[in-house]
Ligand binder design. Structure first.
Ligand SMILES: *[C@@H]1O[C@H](CO)[C@@H](O)[C@H](O)[C@H]1NC(C)=O
Ligand SMILES: *[C@@H]1O[C@H](CO)[C@@H](O)[C@H](O)[C@H]1NC(C)=O
Ligand SMILES: *[C@@H]1O[C@H](CO)[C@@H](O)[C@H](O)[C@H]1NC(C)=O
Ligand SMILES: *[C@@H]1O[C@H](CO)[C@@H](O)[C@H](O)[C@H]1NC(C)=O
Ligand SMILES: *[C@@H]1O[C@H](CO)[C@@H](O)[C@H](O)[C@H]1NC(C)=O
Ligand SMILES: *[C@@H]1O[C@H](CO)[C@@H](O)[C@H](O)[C@H]1NC(C)=O
Ligand SMILES: *[C@@H]1O[C@H](CO)[C@@H](O)[C@H](O)[C@H]1NC(C)=O
Ligand SMILES: *[C@@H]1O[C@H](CO)[C@@H](O)[C@H](O)[C@H]1NC(C)=O
Ligand SMILES: *[C@@H]1O[C@H](CO)[C@@H](O)[C@H](O)[C@H]1NC(C)=O
Length: 770
């Protein structure tokens, strides 16, 4: 299981290990492919115009033999043609040669976070298969070549943070496969091209921090998949076109720092998924529409520095998720709804002369029935004549407030510095071959199911609900490392170019169901969500029937390695072991009672742990994706040590065989012994039972659990009894999973209170270790 990095490739050689890095092991080398002469010459030309102070391109040497067989750093090939150049964060200077346009099979050019100057090559327009062009965070100048519009398969175009000038070429609209377009932080001018509305697959559109002018074109309303739209810090004017109100998937809308006028009423009514709305520093007028109070998902709302009038609608009090709110510097009047003034401090409201009731110095005029003759229309604080004592108290409160604010600000600055330092350190430590590091590409949440067809290759990627958005190409060109093999297929740890990691399982094609049936089954697996079940995030169907499943990557690995392959200095306390036990039980209970799924192969290597050591069961329901012949094979075999004794006869996994496996895992947690190690011919349950019978009970526990406890904690004994109950040779005698959860919660009540996934690892007094 050496470090073998290679590209998942679509097409002829899908998933054949094609070495990309210099450190790759020879065993995965795919020799015999010589780069074409044309590509070889183009690579040399590209190299000759780059400045390489860190020497990462030293490996681009010698004959054409090396280029595609893994010798040349950052190059990926298919059939002797270069399909990817990935050299981010390499300190590269110089310029990008126009000769790059000769690499006719290039799909991805990723040179972001370098110091490249010069122009974006025109010749990129000759690359019909280009899908990803990532040149952000460089010093590129000149204008965006209109020829890019010829790259009809382009999915992700990020030229942000350069010195690009001129207009956004209207031709980009021809790239109808675009998912992400980021041109922010440049000096682009002119209007937003109306044609962009034709790129109907765009989900992320960032044109912020340029010098764009003119109005927002109504055609943007056609981008029905748009989730994020940022046009801030430009010179955009006009009103928000009504059509924008039809962008139902929109989650973030940032139009701040422009010169947009008009009123909002109507526009926001349908944007029910909006979480961020930033209209700061524009020229909006009219009332704040009460309908905003119906956008329950909204968490950030900034309307400051505009010309809004009227009262703050009471309906805004309904927004439970609102964490950031600002209406300062408008022309609002009346009383601030009390629940808003309680949640947000006065800096959210200042600069509205006729607004009152948001701080002690802006009391609202008392209601009319009050004795005083004429209530002043001005909400200004009563002048000098007021109560003297009250005034001193006010001053004290204000002074204390200012002091607190200063202290807070100081804390923030210190924190910021620390975080920056850390991030910088992280970036520095990121070293080849994995393209890790802190990418400026954002992680965005995807709602619902998205389908992307893999263009000419005929592959298909389907996302389920989850935190990452990646394209088929991102996935197939990820850097991968084998984690393990099972009867279902091979598992990889894949690092996407932006540094995010996912676990990919490539299913054995021969034993997997046909595409139609497979898709039906996998769609139901993709809906399963429980804190103790590893979520399926996406699947990929290749043009030749290849099937990949994408899961969350669990950084702590399997329970097997966590327990048995750790260094002597890491100890696992009792609380953590109990938490893992109850987590596995909860996950299994959800499978049995809600999903009606029998796991059939529950082992400690199928229990994965996240950063907080929370347990997530993997490999559930996969039998459904397999042909019936193969399932019996997988199911009946079980795994030695975890398989219930009756399985050898019945060959049919049941809820009770799952309970048996759970019992073995709990014994494993308690004893620290691996069931597969074998203890003189006995399996783990037999070994424990024999010792308990001889009343040497304490001998079974992991020494680590006994270290600091001279008096053994009753809970351990009770857990041991429970586990032995689970591994009873008679299936009927074993408890249901629900019962196991209950008993574990009784043994350690703190496990019951908090929802899974949130509790920290507190160490109980009985088992504290140094
Ligand atoms: C070419 O690069 C490889 C890999 O870095 C290195 O081992 C080899 O010595 C280099 N050959 C020459 C002639 O520089
Ligand atoms: C666009 O690029 C900027 C600067 O590189 C970055 O901060 C931002 O997150 C990107 N936005 C999207 C949607 O990719
Ligand atoms: C922005 O564009 C306007 C014309 O639309 C121009 O006058 C101004 O100089 C530009 N500003 C910058 C910083 O490029
Ligand atoms: C908010 O939604 C409710 C129910 O959907 C509706 O009756 C009400 O009119 C809406 N309020 C506004 C201000 O749109
Ligand atoms: C409010 O926030 C919570 C936690 O982030 C989230 O689970 C919930 O869905 C949000 N509510 C709405 C209406 O978006
Ligand atoms: C705000 O609106 C008022 C009238 O509604 C207008 O007189 C004033 O000029 C506007 N101010 C700005 C900064 O647009
Ligand atoms: C505030 O609004 C009032 C009308 O509601 C208008 O008379 C006044 O000019 C506005 N003030 C500013 C500074 O725009
Ligand atoms: C609200 O916005 C104003 C100006 O736009 C800013 O000065 C103030 O700090 C903001 N307050 C909060 C709480 O964000
Ligand atoms: C809103 O978001 C949810 C969850 O992210 C998604 O299921 C739903 O389809 C979205 N609504 C629309 C209209 O896109």
């Amino acid at each position: 299981m050496g470090e073998s990095y290679f590209c998942f490739l679509v097409g002829v050689s899908l998933l054949l290990p094609i070495v990309l890095s210099t450190s790759a092991s020879a065993s995965h080398r795919w020799d015999g492919v010589i780069v074409t002469q044309a590509d070889y010459e183009a690579l040399w030309a590209v190299r000759s115009e780059l400045v390489d102070p860190l020497g990462v391109l030293r490996s681009w040497n010698g004959s054409s033999l090396g280029a595609c067989s893994g010798g040349w750093y950052g190059i990926k090939c298919a059939q002797g043609q270069v399909i990817a150049i990935q050299l981010p964060w390499k300190g590269l200077g110089g310029r990008i040669s126009e000769k790059i346009g000769q690499l006719g099979a290039l799909r991805r050019l990723s040179l972001h976070d370098n110091s490249l100057a010069g122009a974006v090559p025109q010749s990129l327009g000759f690359l019909p298969y280009l899908r990803g062009l990532h040149l952000f965070n460089n010093r590129l100048s000149g204008s965006i070549p209109a020829s890019l519009g010829n790259c009809l398969l382009l999915q992700s175009l990020d030229l942000s943070n350069n010195f690009l000038i001129g207009a956004i070429p209207a031709s980009l609209a021809k790239s109808t496969k675009l998912i992400r377009l980021n041109l922010s932080y440049n000096s682009l001018s002119g209007p937003i091209p109306a044609g962009l509305g034709q790129s109907s697959s765009i989900a992320f559109l960032a044109l912020d921090r340029n010098n764009l002018s003119g109005p927002i074109p109504p055609s943007l309303g056609k981008l029905s998949l748009l989730e994020k739209l940022s046009l801030s810090h430009n010179s955009i004017d006009g009103t928000i076109p009504e059509e924008v109100g039809g962008l139902l998937r929109l989650k973030e809308l940032d139009l701040s720092f422009n010169s947009i006028t008009g009123s909002l009423t109507g526009v926001l009514d349908q944007l029910k998924n909006l979480s961020t709305l930033n209209l700061r520093n524009n020229r909006f007028q009219g009332d704040i529409p009460p309908a905003i109070g119906n956008i329950s998902s909204i968490s950030r709302l900034d309307l400051s520095e505009n010309n809004f009038t009227g009262e703050i609608p009471l309906s805004l009090e309904n927004l439970a998720n609102l964490t950031s709110f600002n209406v300062s510097y408008n022309n609002l009047s009346g009383a601030v709804p009390s629940r808003l003034s309680e949640r947000f401090d006065s800096s959210s409201f200042v600069g509205n002369i006729q607004l009152c009731g948001y701080s002690s110095s802006t009391p609202c005029p008392s209601p009319p029935p009050q004795s005083s003759s004429t209530p002043s229309p001005s909400p200004e604080p009563p002048a000098g004549s007021g109560n003297r004592k009250l005034k001193t108290r006010d001053i004290i409160i204000i002074a204390a407030g200012i002091l607190l604010a200063l202290l807070l600000a100081l804390c923030c600055i210190i924190l910021c510095c620390l975080v920056r330092k850390k991030a910088a350190a992280k970036r520095k430590s990121g070293k080849p071959p994995t393209p890790m590091g802190t990418s400026s590409e954002k992680v965005v949440s995807s709602g619902g199911v998205e389908v992307e067809s893999g263009g000419d290759t005929g592959g298909k990627l389907v996302h389920f609900d989850g935190p990452f958005v990646f394209t088929a190409d991102d996935l197939l060109c990820a850097t991968a490392e084998i984690m393990g093999k099972s009867s279902y297929g091979t598992a990889y740890k894949a690092t996407l170019e932006d540094g995010h990691q996912v676990a990919v399982k490539r299913l054995r094609e021969k034993t997997t169901k046909g595409a139609k049936e497979f898709e039906r089954e996998v769609a139901s697996l993709g809906k399963i969500r429980h804190p103790n079940l590893l979520p399926l995030r996406a699947y990929y169907l290749g043009p030749k029937g290849e099937k990949l499943l994408v899961f969350d990557y669990m950084p702590k690995g399997s329970l097997t390695s966590f327990l048995h392959a750790r260094g002597p200095e890491t100890s696992i306390d009792c609380q953590m072991r109990m938490r893992i036990a109850v987590g596995v039980a909860r996950g299994l209970n959800h499978l049995h009672t809600v999903e009606n799924i029998i796991h059939g192969n529950l082992t400690s290597s199928n229990v994965l742990l996240d950063e907080e050591a929370e347990a997530h069961i993997a490999d559930y329901g996969l039998a459904r994706l397999m042909t019936s012949g193969s399932t019996t094979l997988v199911g009946t075999a079980g795994t030695v040590g975890y398989a219930a004794p009756e399985l050898s006869k019945t060959k049919k996994p049941t809820n009770k065989t799952d309970v048996y496996s759970l019992g073995v895992i709990i014994l494993e947690l308690l004893t620290g012994k691996s069931p597969s190690e074998g203890t003189e011919g006995e399996d783990l349950p037999q070994w424990v039972a024999s010792i308990v019978k001889e009343e040497w009970t304490n001998e079974v526990f992991d020494l680590e659990l006994m270290k600091d406890t001279t008096n053994i904690w009753d809970g351990l004994l009770n857990t041991l009894k429970l586990a032995l109950h689970c591994v009873d040779p008679s299936p009927a005698a074993r408890p249901e999973v629900q019962q196991i959860i209950q008993e574990l919660e009784e043994i350690m009540p703190e496990l019951a209170e908090k929802p899974a996934g949130e509790e920290g690892a507190e160490i109980p007094a009985t088992t504290s270790e140094g």
